[in-house]
Design a protein around this ligand. Structure first.
Ligand code: SF4
Length: 333
């Protein structure tokens, strides 16, 4: 099922001329467009790179462009800025925040740390730059197990996502994770009852879940993985039917790229409204007017950047991570 947004329905000629204008402006400004896979399909179409948080962070770290247009949520644009302090990073619509990232402030983190002295803090990339600055190392859902395993301490603080935190804890039982109580409202919208209904409706469907789901949900899945791992798993699998427990943008991307497979999701559709703000028009005005240039407080910049570079130091030596993304439309690594 393809979702259309009323204010986005245009005829094909309008869409095509808007896309042409985006590409012309991007060339004129030596800009690279990075688009998260949860974005609207037309915003994915105009991107240089489409991927999940890790893939886009890596693309941001490698780019030679002078301007980065980030069609994702605010923390992703901040991450791109932390990796490219001298470049202009534009977020086409500033409303694109992440409710999970907003569930923890620096004061919350300091208070939480006080309860577990000596435990290093692993922060999920879905966090603000100021929370990153107060943490020891960053992770994504693709590399969280690898990052936590790399720490010498037995006790580790994990913020802010409890779904992913519990998933990591189960993969590394020799560690003791202190998991903050944040969550993704979109993934938590999926309930065990809905999964059960899908299981009955599609008895031969393979159930695939993102670890941001409630643990009661991902425990029902046949495969649990990050966005890129889900994409790779489904595209490489010989199975023909998949029930995806993740944000709808990933579902529509896979439906488009893998027409030979029946790819379905739960109802009501798990849509993250924050990921749908960017439109072709807002990308055009960002490029034309240099709108929404991301800035980071110089007082926290170095510490926040350090948590991200530490993550790369741990993960970049692993070839599985290096070669993980195989989306056919835009190959990132
Ligand atoms: S899907 Fe969840 S984690 Fe991702 S941006 Fe939306 S609220 Fe944040």
């Amino acid at each position: 099922m393809t979702i259309q947004f009323n204010n986005q329905i245009k005829n094909n000629r309008d869409v095509s001329s808007l896309k042409d204008e985006v590409r012309r402006l991007a060339k004129e400004r030596n800009a690279v467009i990075l688009t998260h896979i949860y974005q609207r399909l037309e915003v994915q179409d105009i991107a240089d790179h489409v991927g999940d948080s890790l893939a886009l962070s890596r693309a941001a770290a490698k780019t030679n462009a002078s301007v980065i247009v980030f069609c994702g949520v605010h923390f992703m644009a901040e991450t791109a800025k932390l990796l490219n302090p001298k470049k202009t990073v534009l977020l086409p619509d500033l409303q694109s925040g992440c409710p999970m990232a907003d569930m923890i402030s620096v004061d919350d983190l300091r208070a939480y740390k006080a309860d577990f002295p000596g435990a290093p803090v692993v922060c999920y990339v879905n966090s603000s730059a100021s929370v990153k600055a107060e943490s020891d190392i960053c992770c994504t859902s693709t590399n969280a197990v690898q990052v936590v395993s790399s720490l010498k301490e037995k006790e580790v603080i994990f913020v802010p996502d409890k779904g992913l935190g519990v998933w990591v804890q189960e993969q590394v039982p020799w560690k003791k994770l202190h998991i903050y109580d944040g969550f993704c409202p979109t993934h938590y919208q999926i309930t065990p009852k809905e999964v059960q209904m899908m299981r009955e409706k599609y008895p031969s469907g393979v159930i695939v879940a993102h670890p941001e789901c409630d643990p009661a949900v991902w425990r029902l899945a046949d495969f649990v993985g990050s966005t890129s791992q889900i994409y790779k798993f489904v595209s490489h699998s010989e199975g023909k039917e998949f029930i995806i427990l993740s944000e709808h943008g990933l579902v529509s991307r896979m439906q488009k790229d893998m027409p030979d497979k029946n790819i379905v999701t739960t109802f009501p559709l798990p849509l993250c409204p924050n990921m749908k703000y960017h439109k072709l028009e807002t990308v055009i005005s960002a490029l034309k007017e240099n709108k929404n240039d991301i800035e980071i407080d110089p007082g926290i910049f170095d510490n926040a950047a350090r948590t991200i570079t530490r993550m790369f130091e741990v993960t970049e030596s692993n070839n599985d991570i290096k070669n993980y993304w195989e989306g056919p439309q835009k190959t990132l690594v």
